[in-house]
Design a protein around this ligand. Structure first.
Ligand SMILES: [Zn+2]
Length: 277
């Protein structure tokens, strides 16, 4: 029997990130999860912008593009995907879309920056995650009035719906330092990754979960002093949410989607092979 998958969380400081070690797993399996996160886990983003008035120097299209990239809280479960909407068949209605408005004006004496926090959501649950994302700068005596329509979508359609900024995995390094290793203390101690620690006249492995520094391996040690191998069954997985979804939920949602894909494969496969003529 295959050994059971083990997961060991790694503590991270920022609450938008998630990091864990998975043991007894294959890169192919974890990469499937990674690709489902990138392509299939839905979030909410602005898709259509109705510009009512724009006397600023910035083109409507440019503003719309910037609005599309603002992460919106997507931790809600009662908004349908537009193409699965039971009430409008993809036309867009209040079961599958939500509106946010933006109304900004400057007088003859002031200029101002318009920020993500200036978006006014009709549904208070769907708000910009960050308040201070600059949208544009308005000059004097200008007006901008628009309505933005947001909806669920996936990274398959456009990258703005991807729930993560960074997502990666790396194999667990296995480092062997020879007992009489010759090393360059200055190089090892100047490295920001701090892979190695010099204690007296010895060198020890310090921190390797953030990747191995090639320069330290190449220039920090003399030949035959160190070997680095990688264990493909122990994988460090790391992601950083855009803030639209809670990092743990991103992995759980991806696993659910993975599960559904397998079910649908089995169902179709059975239909085909057991088909009665
Ligand atoms: Zn609808």
């Amino acid at each position: 029997m295959n050994p059971l998958i083990e997961i060991e969380p790694i503590e991270v400081e920022d609450r938008d990130s998630l990091k864990f070690i998975a043991k007894n797993i294959t890169p192919a399996f974890l990469n499937s999860i990674r690709r489902i996160i990138l392509m299939d886990v839905p979030t909410i983003a602005i898709e259509d912008v109705i510009v009512i008035e724009n006397t600023t120097a910035i083109f409507d299209e440019y503003i719309a593009h910037r609005l599309g990239l603002i992460p919106l809280n997507s931790e809600i479960d009662d908004l349908s995907m537009i193409d699965e909407c039971p009430s409008c068949e993809g036309q867009g209605c209040n079961m599958c879309t939500v509106a946010l408005t933006l109304t900004q004006e400057t007088d003859l004496n002031t200029e101002k920056m318009v920020y993500s926090r200036d978006l006014d959501p009709l549904d208070h649950r769907i708000y910009p995650i960050q308040d201070e994302i600059p949208i544009m700068k308005m000059g004097r005596d200008q007006r901008l009035i628009l309505e933005a329509i947001a909806r669920f979508g996936t990274g398959r359609e456009h990258a703005k719906w991807q729930p993560v900024g960074t997502i990666l995995y790396r194999f667990m390094p296995k480092i062997k330092i020879q007992p009489k290793a010759k090393f360059n203390k200055a190089v090892l101690e100047s490295c920001p990754k701090k892979n190695f620690k010099v204690v007296g006249d010895k060198v020890e492995v310090n921190e390797i979960l953030n990747g191995i520094c090639r320069d330290c391996i190449k220039d920090g040690f003399e030949e035959n002093s160190i070997t680095v191998e990688y264990d493909p069954t122990t994988i460090i997985f790391e992601l950083e949410s855009t803030g639209a979804l809670i990092p743990e939920n991103i992995v759980l949602k991806a696993s659910e989607i993975f599960d559904k894909k397998i079910d649908s494969f089995v169902e179709t496969f059975q239909e085909v092979i057991y088909k009665e003529d």
